[in-house]
Ligand binder design. Sequence first.
Ligand SMILES: Nc1ncnc2c1ncn2[C@@H]1O[C@H](COP(=O)(O)OP(=O)(O)OP(=O)(O)O)[C@@H](O)[C@H]1O
Length: 381
Amino acid sequence: MGIIPTSDKFPVLVVLNPHSGRKQGLEAWENTVKPALNAANKPFRLIESNSQGHVISYFVDNIKPILTDLAQSLSTVAAGAASAQDTIMNPTSAKLQIIVLGGDGTVHEIVNGILKGVEGTGFVTDAFRPQVEFAVIPTGTGNAISTSLGVTSVQDAVNRFIAGKTVPLRIMSVTSLTTQLYTIVVNSYGLHCATVYDSEEFRHLGNDRFRQAAMKNVENLKQYEGKLSFYGRTQQYNRATTSLVDSSSSNDNIARTDTNTATLTLPGPFTYLLISKQASLEPGFTPTPFAKTSDDWMDVLAVQNVGQAEIMQMFGSTAIGTHVNQEHVEYIKAKTIELETPTQGRLCIDGEFLTIEAGPEGRVRFEVSSDLNIQIFRIFA
Ligand SMILES: Nc1ncnc2c1ncn2[C@@H]1O[C@H](COP(=O)(O)OP(=O)(O)OP(=O)(O)O)[C@@H](O)[C@H]1O
């Protein structure tokens, strides 16, 4: 019988995107992260992204052998009676640790690659459900997840990894007739989506690329037609009481008896619309201040049909989240949401783009799935 490796010998996967942010990932790896892993005696396997989409296809192709090796590394051998054969005891769970040297887009690619790679297979089930633990080293542009968890630097992120405390990283599913994928940070429509789309040309400016692109889009402010429907429980921010109010009991009843009946709708047109899992999208920009990385709600920030003055007023208060008290800002926590647009539209999903087809055929549904085989991710916090 061969030697069965023990769990602490299983390598941490290190995913390095050399293109993220201002291309500082490699330096952070060489100067801070690799020395820390060596000092902690942690073996690692480096996966360097060589192009857009490389990380997602790497995990689609490799997650099954990785999980097989991981499970095997944790198997224990119960010695049988003298004449009997040894019995291999397989684990029912195992931790796969992944250090990300990149931004939120790289985490998005890993999550989608893993879930696509195990989809329709018996690799994640009640009998064996791995836990994927992310240490996100903030070397992207926005670093929304790290910022929302209060991570202040590369060293801080490394310290948290070494300390070992994790919290759930809940993901959203985004579904239409033609699409099924997962997002971890934000889905947006309108001004925010146009800003992210245009920001690529300003990448050399680092964090400032969003500011430049936002200004360009505020100058040419547009309204984006669409209807947002909420199903099941919601909570709405009440400006009078400055608190979130549960629209629960009546909504709950409707949700239970007829899941096709919307409990709330916003008719649009939207100037600005976010459906988010993270409070901050970058340092100093906290548009959904009540969002929690680890809960089962999605936080919606909706601004309908306003002009430049209102948008600028909102931006002026997003640093500390007080924009939720402004009259034109609507803030809703929800479990299930659908967006329908009368003409073809564009949705931004964790920095990538998805075309929404016109009318009911193009409806996009957002949910925080309760499927235990989907919600397998945690993050060092
Ligand atoms: N070798 C590469 N060359 C060019 N692009 C790459 C490469 N590897 C990955 N990418 C792409 O880089 C993009 C940006 O990645 P990432 O999200 O990590 O950084 P960011 O956009 O700077 O940060 P954030 O998402 O936190 O704002 C992703 O779309 C990814 O597909």
